[in-house]
Ligand binder design. Structure first.
Ligand SMILES: *[C@@H]1O[C@H](CO)[C@@H](O)[C@H](O)[C@H]1NC(C)=O
Ligand SMILES: *[C@@H]1O[C@H](CO)[C@@H](O)[C@H](O)[C@H]1NC(C)=O
Ligand SMILES: *[C@@H]1O[C@H](CO)[C@@H](O)[C@H](O)[C@H]1NC(C)=O
Ligand SMILES: *[C@@H]1O[C@H](CO)[C@@H](O)[C@H](O)[C@H]1NC(C)=O
Ligand SMILES: *[C@@H]1O[C@H](CO)[C@@H](O)[C@H](O)[C@H]1NC(C)=O
Ligand SMILES: *[C@@H]1O[C@H](CO)[C@@H](O)[C@H](O)[C@H]1NC(C)=O
Length: 355
């Protein structure tokens, strides 16, 4: 999902976030609810998961209260992707970026207000896409069953549908998440991994959310679909590890030249396909990596460790366990710090807390 992570600069890379280290401390915007816990000033020092509410979620949650919910989501995602297949990466990434920042609570969708700057306006969510589509789905659901289906659940269902429709695996989605009341840009920028993070930083980040290094490499496989903005690509082309005019030596030389043509120095807004089969969910992302073709520095970092290299090599083979492992990791991700029962609320409109 580092890959998952997805804009002027719209980037649709599911996992990738661009974090300026100066933003990490985030003394700025405040949410409307209690102050956030102190996560410290690096991505690794994230607090351990405080509770496990996954037992309160189940697939049949809306069977009586909104029996058509799953079908409505599926049909609408089908329509959106028929119009624009590149949305698959964006929609998958929304769920990742939601879950990674104070749990899967739909807070990625909240709009900034005069009193706080929301997650989606953090640099790591620059030019985020898919919020309009989620609004349309929510409106259709409100039409049938008002105030029943949470925005957090919509994101979880949409990510599954988008992945599956792009050719990826299927997984069952447990439901019953509630929507959160807090959203802060600073939390997004301090929690999400960045495109220039190294293996150690990424592994620490994922461990902080309860994921093994192996699961990290698998989730990064989300980058088999989606696009990256040049803003996230150019550091490894022209300023590798902060050194002027240095190119990442791990990059395939031919591929580096291609990337430089697509992303000239200073270009931020153009986009590059994350792998050689852009909107198709397959093992090609890993095959590309083995040839040194990693659009993001953080992608190539997946091979900068013996275990990482092993998982990349295994996953590059057709018929590997990549799809099954990806599905399992997505299920796990969808359970991060969820709100359930009477916690939070079910929003009427995904961009606004209920009045
Ligand atoms: C969370 O709860 C689920 C369902 O009861 C269980 O399968 C899982 O092992 C639990 N996870 C942790 C980390 O306790
Ligand atoms: C579900 O959809 C069917 C037809 O698409 C419709 O007849 C039915 O009323 C819907 N159910 C609810 C609870 O809205
Ligand atoms: C999803 O749930 C159905 C019904 O319980 C089950 O038959 C199916 O195997 C599950 N699919 C996956 C991928 O777990
Ligand atoms: C990874 O980044 C961390 C923090 O910036 C740094 O301390 C460490 O030396 C880096 N690791 C490698 C192998 O470059
Ligand atoms: C290159 O990276 C260094 C260190 O992160 C930064 O100070 C500098 O501004 C960067 N240069 C360019 C051209 O982006
Ligand atoms: C670099 O990419 C070229 C062109 O796709 C390919 O032929 C070559 O094998 C790659 N080099 C390495 C070291 O994988």
């Amino acid at each position: 999902m580092v890959t998952m992570a997805a804009t002027s600069i719209t980037f649709e890379v599911v996992i990738i976030l661009w974090i300026a280290s100066s933003l990490i401390l985030g003394t700025g915007a405040q949410g409307t609810s209690p102050p956030a816990p102190d996560y410290g000033n690096d991505y690794g020092s994230y607090a351990p998961l405080s509770s496990n509410s996954s037992a309160n979620l189940f697939e049949e949650f809306y069977d009586y209260s909104c029996p058509n919910a799953t079908t409505i989501v599926k049909d609408m995602v089908t329509t959106f992707l028929a119009e624009d297949p590149s949305l698959a990466g964006s929609l998958q990434r929304l769920h990742f970026h939601d879950c990674w920042v104070n749990g899967c609570d739909g807070s990625i969708l909240l709009a900034s207000t005069s009193s706080f700057s929301a997650e989606r306006d953090g640099l790591s969510n620059f030019k985020i896409r898919g919020i309009v589509e989620i609004d349309e789905i929510k409106a259709a659901l409100e039409d049938q069953c008002p105030l029943v289906v949470s925005c957090a659940d919509i994101l979880a269902l949409v990510a599954r549908e988008a992945t599956y429709m792009a050719g990826g695996p299927w997984w069952n989605v447990s439901l019953g998440r509630r929507d959160g009341l807090v959203s802060r840009a600073t939390d997004a920028d301090s929690n999400l991994p960045t495109p220039v993070s190294n293996w150690t930083e990424l592994a620490v980040n994922f461990a902080g959310k309860g994921f093994t290094a192996r699961e990290m490499v698998i989730l990064n496989g989300a980058h088999t679909i989606g696009r990256a903005h040049c803003m996230t690509v150019t550091p490894q082309l022209y300023n590798y590890t902060g050194i002027d005019d240095m190119t990442n030596p791990a990059l395939n030389v031919t591929f580096a030249d291609e990337l430089k043509q697509k992303c000239p120095k200073g270009n931020t807004l153009d986009t590059v396909s994350m792998d050689s089969t852009k909107n198709q969910f397959d093992e090609l992302f890993y095959q590309d990596l083995l040839e040194g073709k990693g659009v993001l520095q953080s992608d190539l970092e997946m091979m900068n460790d013996p275990l990482g290299l092993q998982v990349v090599t295994e996953s590059s083979q057709a018929g590997s366990t990549f799809f099954d492992e990806f599905a399992a990791a997505m299920v796990k991700m969808g359970m991060i710090e969820v709100l359930s029962g009477a916690q939070g609320e079910v929003r009427r409109h995904c961009q606004y807390i209920n009045q």
